[in-house]
Structures are given as C-alpha cells and as structure tokens.
Design a protein around this ligand. Structure first.
Ligand code: SAH
Length: 246
C-alpha cells in the first residue's frame, strides 16, 4: 500500500473523512490513479499508520475515509543515534538514506577536528533537502516516523548529550583491541539505545577518542581494513541492528 506523510496537525481518527492536501490529491488521483475504495496509508509522524480508503476523487479534490489507526509495523525496538563526523554533502546524504532504511532514529552531524572546513555552514536549503531525503527514505522503507536530524554540533556537545543508560561506541580506525561484535555480545542486557560516533573523512584524532572515553564511550574496531566514513557508518549500524534487533 502506498504511504504518504501528511501534516501532523491533521489529527485523524477512525470513521473520519479527510480532503487530501492538493499536492497529495494530485499524486493519488493523477499519478497513481487510485480508484474509489482503494486503500492507502497516511502517516502523521506519530509512529502510527492511518489506513484510509479513497471515497471521492475528482478535479475538485480527493477525499479519503479513515478505516484504521494502528501502530507502525516496522519501527525498530533499538534506538540508534548516529553521530556522524561532518562529511561532504553527497556522502552525508547517502548515510541519511541508508541509515534511515537500517533503522537509525536520530542523525547528529558532528563537527570533528578533521571535518572539512566550511561544512559547518549548512544553510536552510540544505537542511530542507536533508529532511526531504529522510522523509522519502522513511516512506520507501515502510517506517512511520521520520528520523530526527539534529543541528550540527561539536563532538563535545554530542558527547554531553549521550542519553543515560545508552551504549555509546566509537568505531576508531586505529583501535587494535576490542571489536564491535565482542562489545555487543558482552552486553549483560540488550541496550535500548546505542549511540555511534563515526569520524569524518580525515578520521578521528587520538585526543577525540580519549575525550570520548572520558565520557564513557568505548572505542571499537570494525575490522582490519580502513573503511570510508560512510562505509563505517552503515557497517556499524547494520551490525548493531543484526545483533540487537530481534
Ligand atoms: N583517515 C582514514 C580513515 C577515515 S575513516 C582515511 O582518510 O581514509 C572515517 C571513520 O570511519 C573513522 O574515523 C572511524 O570512525 C571509521 N572507521 C573506518 N575504518 C574503521 C575500522 N577499521 N575500525 C573502526 N572504525 C573505522
């Protein structure tokens, strides 16, 4: 079933009818050509799915009836917060899309020592583009809540914001000791929240790792090869999900 986000102000309950906003009416009537009685899912970013059926469809507009409001079927039980060292936009946007598909709940663009200079000036147009990427990935993969995108912040702030009780990990390309799998398997209980810190293109500096350790973050290896930041981000998220998502 097709899924569409609608403004969360439109609170929808079973039995109600709704005239779709123009842009969505065009999509449903003229692009997808949904017939009267066909079902679609509306999402108000509450985490619920609102199953509706097309009741009226004409040039004047499209009206749907709310059949059922249910909890989203694909939300992940593990909350992953990805603090990603600032990268060039194209690479960062790739992480937004793939991370959303893999279940990342929050993206925190993090300013590290070796982040490319100038990346911290991200104007409103780029933030809007990032939000659109997140929403489209959310619709595509069947999630019902768009991951949050935090404002760019320095590593120190991201470290201070680690939720209490979260498992905080920093994959570090120079870590020779413990690897991600061992850390995850050694957890006494399944963590609800995992915070991952991935460095920028230029990597993480030893003092950034030391600072993170002072905040209770564990540095881990993702293996013997040096991965690009976007590869490391997706590999870390995928492995955490593999290990922790039932
Ligand atoms: N400076 C190197 C690596 C940067 S990789 C280069 O320029 O190619 C960017 C980030 O990906 C690292 O800071 C780290 O967070 C992560 N990463 C890459 N390879 C890793 C590995 N083998 N183990 C753990 N983390 C890794």
């Amino acid at each position: 079933m097709h899924r569409f986000f609608i403004p969360s102000s439109l609170s929808l309950h079973t039995g109600e009818t709704l005239a779709l906003p123009d842009k969505l009416a065009h999509q449903v009537r003229d692009v997808l050509r949904l017939a009267i009685g066909e079902a679609l899912i509306l999402l108000d970013n509450s985490g619920d799915e609102i199953v509706c059926t097309v009741e009226k469809s004409s040039r004047a507009g499209v009206e749907v009836a709310v059949q059922e409001r249910r909890v989203g079927q694909r939300e992940s039980k593990v909350q992953i917060i990805l603090c990603q060292g600032l990268l060039k936009s194209a690479r960062f946007e790739w992480i937004l899309e793939k991370g959303t598909e893999l279940g990342v709940k929050a993206f925190v663009p993090t300013l590290c020592r070796r982040s490319m200079a100038g990346l911290e000036e991200t104007g409103p147009s780029k933030l809007q583009r990032w939000q659109r990427i997140l929403q489209e990935a959310t619709e595509q993969c069947g999630l019902s809540r768009v991951p949050t995108l935090a404002p760019i912040r320095p590593l120190m702030h991201a470290l201070n914001d680690i939720p209490s009780g979260a498992l905080a990990l920093m994959p570090w390309e120079e870590e020779q000791g413990i690897n991600l799998r061992t850390v995850l398997q050694e957890q006494p209980a399944k963590p609800q929240t995992v915070v991952l810190f991935i460095g920028p293109e230029g990597g993480l500096m030893a003092e950034e790792v030391a600072l993170a350790k002072r905040h209770g973050v564990q540095s881990v290896s993702l293996g013997p090869r040096i991965l690009r930041a976007e590869t490391a981000a997706i590999a870390a998220v995928a492995n955490v999900m593999y290990e922790l998502e039932a």
